[in-house]
Write a protein that binds this ligand. Structure first.
Ligand SMILES: *[C@@H]1O[C@H](CO)[C@@H](O)[C@H](O)[C@H]1NC(C)=O
Ligand SMILES: *[C@@H]1O[C@H](CO)[C@@H](O)[C@H](O)[C@H]1NC(C)=O
Ligand SMILES: *[C@@H]1O[C@H](CO)[C@@H](O)[C@H](O)[C@H]1NC(C)=O
Ligand SMILES: *[C@@H]1O[C@H](CO)[C@@H](O)[C@H](O)[C@H]1NC(C)=O
Length: 899
């Protein structure tokens, strides 16, 4: 018992510490999820020991997720195609399922079963690079005069008159409109925003006093302070200045100039999923808003979203951040409109949890770089038509005069939200979104992109619900009635003509997309809504499975029962990807407040080219909204597997993808132009359609009958059915109790911990572990054949200290690994197991439930012989993976900051 307590106490130490430094040169890092509530499962202690890994720490703020590591083999192991930890786990799985023929085998099998039952997620962490764009060279903006405002507030900051987004002398209708809020004495006091970016210059005299060190961290270099170190690390500082530059006679001032800003540095080098996940939850009880001006490449070709751990972190922030009111995630919509990019092809910006912000310029025009889509919520001011955003720059006393892009629009929204939260700290993440919808102001009313919604509001793919008006927003926030908790209705999935998308990443069946397109209907009834506890509609997600030889030719739109149409995916001429839409989830905010009862019609069209055709295989929807009965609501949990058609029925302690699932080993080509150099110069527009006009003829009969007949949707398991979640919740509560109990126990058991380690080390050297190690074919995978003997346990518990022996040697920001890891990663047999079972009955469900792969595109053209590109929760098969390993150095998934 003492041992158990001591172990728990040590876990708490792990969880409470700031993230430890990594040494990617010497170790492989993994994230595993250990379910402590499985009665027949293994303890974390046993899991760690059996996998022969060191426990490093909790994975950020993710309950039950642990970072573990294993020293890399010393010798050259080219040709070694298996990852030791993953293959060990595979061995355990095989062991657990094998029939028992002898006593000792039975012991092995029992341990293997316990471990396998407790661990339902295990993935190798690979470094990925998010690349920033160099800022464009531009001419300095002309100076305006805002002397009245400066005098009224005693503003002596020399660049204030040029900050037209605060006071626009030329076009007074176009500014963030916050001076009226300052008049009320509201300047963001007590609110913390976190800039998830390339660092924050806390030595800047314009930011020093508003810098929040506690909630800052450098995940690129694993240091406490987010020092901008690279020559182009000025982006985070500039965005921070827009929010919280002090009113102190230096440069200009921020919208919420008495609020605090933290810097979380992730864009200046390669980072792993687990670090990105930790970054998005860093300090999430004290930080209110996460300002994110980055995402997948805006090249009009990619279709990517956050991996499992990152999605998990976002939902963790929503469910548990800010004392349960939810972290506010603000994402820039992207700068790729000139490349035909749309924010519904970016899984960060089309998340229901993001407030997605596009840009308008100082004349209120749509800048040509700003991406449209049905997930756009609002616009805020940024560069275009000859003006830029003027803000603090890196350096002690520096100003930036060329800032812009949607990158700069997002922090302007963050500043306004900070003002509102000072007045109403109780607003939940959804209240903030409601306030956006309700208070955004229509601009360019004559722009044909505006369309009426069912509620009488106007919506535009370019402007969302309109421009964020700081005054209107904060005034409305003051007297806002909090919305009821969230509820959702997840529909059954419609399969067209027996369409399937399997673990082999192959599409089968489906309806051919004829000239004029194809449509499929789904009926939502009052009863379904009542059963799901949904009272009123907010976001909708539409997930589609479409196979097509050239993805960019596909157009997807949905029409509500009330006749409101959302274009979910417009044609993208640059996207010739042949992997289709393997369960891609689109999002629309256009149906906010609409009555969802009746028939929803999904339309899929293509350009009707003879040599690039496709099939529509299936779709489903999630209708998100407010609850009828708040006492019956539950919180959403990210499912582990969700791209198969038909989807796996996912329990809330879900089935697991293969190990290594989230660890892509590929590298996208560097997007050559993200934010164009002339982003501030080119005159905006207010008369062009958001998407290219369809080539398909609307009049052609739609091949809908068979599709609609095939399945009648029924309400899916949502609220009431998700009992698994409650068990989760209770385990969460339990572990929180444990946290406090154990925290108290730390001091009492400090000595116990020491004794424990001493005893444990001694014990581990004894027969137990080595015996296991040496037995059975499954166990050989543990590595005896490689190391030539029983593995040492020396390192197993080193990691409990803040810094373990080898932590202090070079943590690396350069990407060195992958050759070896890739070759291991790409080895087959990384199937995974459904480990959430409560008993010893093994289930092989969804073993290699999905396969992940992504590969570099060369010149935007894909060789026909290459297997389809797709993202899903899976591991590559050896054949599939080989092309990917061409990219033999740098990480994989280049992210790009939206400068
Ligand atoms: C800006 O705020 C003022 C109050 O300070 C308000 O009267 C006005 O309608 C708002 N909008 C614009 C475009 O000025
Ligand atoms: C959060 O705020 C509380 C109270 O202001 C403070 O005690 C605590 O140290 C803060 N935590 C972090 C991580 O900043
Ligand atoms: C779908 O598959 C089932 C069973 O395999 C078959 O009976 C049915 O006819 C198929 N439906 C269509 C539309 O092909
Ligand atoms: C679809 O495209 C393929 C490949 O170009 C072609 O062989 C096939 O005939 C096309 N099918 C139809 C119905 O056009």
């Amino acid at each position: 018992m003492l041992v158990k307590w001591a172990f728990l106490a040590s876990l708490v130490l792990c969880a409470a510490a700031t993230p430890s430094r990594r040494s990617y040169d010497t170790h492989n890092y993994y994230v595993l999820r250990h379910n402590p509530s499985i009665s027949s499962g293994a303890s974390l202690d046993d899991v760690v020991r059996t996998l022969d890994v060191e426990l490093v720490e909790q994975a950020g703020e993710l309950q039950d997720h642990w970072v573990v590591r294993q020293r890399k083999p010393q010798f050259d192991n080219r040709g070694l195609s298996e990852d030791l930890v993953i293959s060990t786990f595979e061995g355990l799985k095989a062991r657990a399922e094998s029939s028992l023929d002898s006593r000792s085998d039975e012991n092995d099998a029992r341990l293997a079963r316990r471990v396998v039952a407790s661990v339902d997620y295990l993935s190798l962490q690979t470094l990925r690079q998010r690349v920033k764009r160099a800022p464009p060279p531009v001419k300095p903006p002309t100076t305006g005069s805002s002397l009245g405002v400066a005098a009224r507030f005693g503003i002596e900051d020399p660049m204030f008159p040029q900050q037209w987004h605060l006071v626009n002398d030329e076009y007074p209708a176009h500014m963030m409109n916050v001076t009226g809020i300052w008049d009320m004495g509201i300047t963001g006091k007590g609110i913390i925003s976190s800039l998830v970016d390339d660092g924050l210059d806390y030595t800047s005299e314009d930011l020093k006093a508003n810098f929040d060190e506690d909630d800052s961290y450098d995940f690129n270099d694993h240091q406490k302070l987010p020092t901008p170190k690279n020559f182009d690390d000025h982006h985070g500082t500039r965005c921070a200045g827009q929010i919280a530059a002090e009113k102190n006679g230096v440069c200009g001032i921020g919208i919420a100039h008495d609020s605090k800003v933290a810097g979380v540095r992730i864009l200046s080098g390669p980072i792993t999923d687990v670090d990105e996940a930790s970054a998005l939850n860093y300090g999430f009880q004290n930080v209110s808003i996460y300002s994110c001006s980055w995402g997948p490449p805006d090249n009009g070709q990619s279709m990517e979203g956050p991996n499992y751990l990152i999605q998990k972190a976002v939902v963790n922030g929503i469910n548990n951040g800010r004392g349960g009111k939810g972290s506010i995630f603000v994402f820039a919509s992207g700068n790729g409109a000139a490349h035909g990019d749309q924010c519904n092809f970016d899984g960060y910006t089309n998340s229901i949890y993001s407030v997605t912000v596009s840009a308008v310029d100082y004349q209120g025009l749509h800048p040509y770089y700003s991406e449209p889509c049905a997930a756009n919520m609002i616009v805020a001011y940024s560069s275009g038509s000859g003006r830029h955003i003027v803000t603090t720059d890196k350096g002690q006393n520096s100003c930036a005069t060329t800032h812009g892009g949607t990158s700069a629009a997002a922090p302007n929204a963050v500043g306004v939200f900070a003002l509102a939260l000072q007045v109403r700290p109780d607003l939940t993440w959804r209240d903030i979104q409601y306030l956006c919808v309700e208070t955004a102001r229509q601009i360019n009313g004559e722009d044909p992109d505006w369309e009426a919604t069912a509620t009488g509001r106007k919506y535009s793919y370019k402007y969302g619900y309109g421009v964020l008006d700081g005054y209107a927003f904060v005034k409305a926030a003051e007297k806002w009635n909090l919305v009821k908790p969230q509820a959702w209705l997840e529909t059954k999935t419609i399969q067209l003509n027996n369409g399937t998308f399997g673990t082999d990443k192959k599409y089968q069946g489906g309806e051919f997309i004829p000239a004029g397109g194809i449509e499929s209907k789904m009926t939502i009834t009052k009863e379904m809504l009542a059963e799901s506890n949904v009272e009123s509609l907010e976001h909708i997600n539409v997930k589609v499975w479409i196979n097509h030889a050239s993805r960019g030719e596909v157009e997807v739109e949905i029409v509500s029962p009330g006749g409101i149409k959302s274009v979910l995916g417009g044609a993208r001429s640059g996207d010739r990807d042949s992997s289709g839409y393997p369960g891609w989830s689109f999002m629309s905010v256009k149906h906010w407040g609409e009555n969802p009862v009746g028939d929803w019609t999904l339309r899929v069209k293509d350009q009707n080219k003879p040599d690039s055709n496709g099939t529509f295989l299936g779709w489903n929807m999630i209708l998100w909204g407010s609850a009828i009965d708040p006492s019956k609501t539950i919180k959403y949990e990210v499912p582990l597997v969700n791209d198969l058609l038909p989807p796996v029925e996912v329990p809330h302690r879900p089935i697991v993808p293969p190990a290594g699932a989230t660890s892509s080993t590929v590298q996208h080509p560097k997007p050559t132009a993200l934010l164009p150099g002339d982003h501030g110069q080119v005159t905006g527009e207010n008369s062009k359609p958001a998407f290219p006009t369809s080539a398909s003829n609307e009049e052609v009969a739609l091949a809908s009958a068979s599709a609609t007949a095939t399945s009648t949707p029924t309400p899916a398991a949502t609220g009431t059915a998700d009992l698994g979640w409650f068990s989760d919740m209770s385990s969460l509560v339990t572990s929180q109790k444990w946290f406090f109990v154990a925290l108290g126990a730390v001091s009492l058991f400090g000595i116990g911990v020491g004794i424990f380690f001493w005893r444990r080390r001694a014990a581990l050297r004894a027969a137990n572990y080595t015996a296991l190690d040496n037995e059975g074919p499954g166990m050989t995978a543990l590595g005896t054949s490689l190391t030539g003997g029983p593995r040492t346990t020396r390192e197993l518990y080193d990691a409990f200290g803040e810094v373990s022996d080898d932590d202090d040697d070079d943590e690396t920001t350069a990407l060195r690994q992958p050759k070896q890891q890739q070759s291991r990663m790409t080895g087959g047999g990384l199937g995974f197991h459904s480990g959430f079972l409560e008993d010893d009955e093994m289930q092989t469900a969804a073993t290699d439930a999905s396969r992940y792969r992504d590969e570099p595109e060369e010149g935007g053209l894909r060789q026909a012989s290459e297997p389809p590109k797709g993202r899903s929760l899976t591991t590559p098969t050896p054949e599939q993976a080989r092309p990917a390993s061409r990219s033999d150095s740098q990480g994989s998934w280049e992210h790009t900051s939206r400068d």
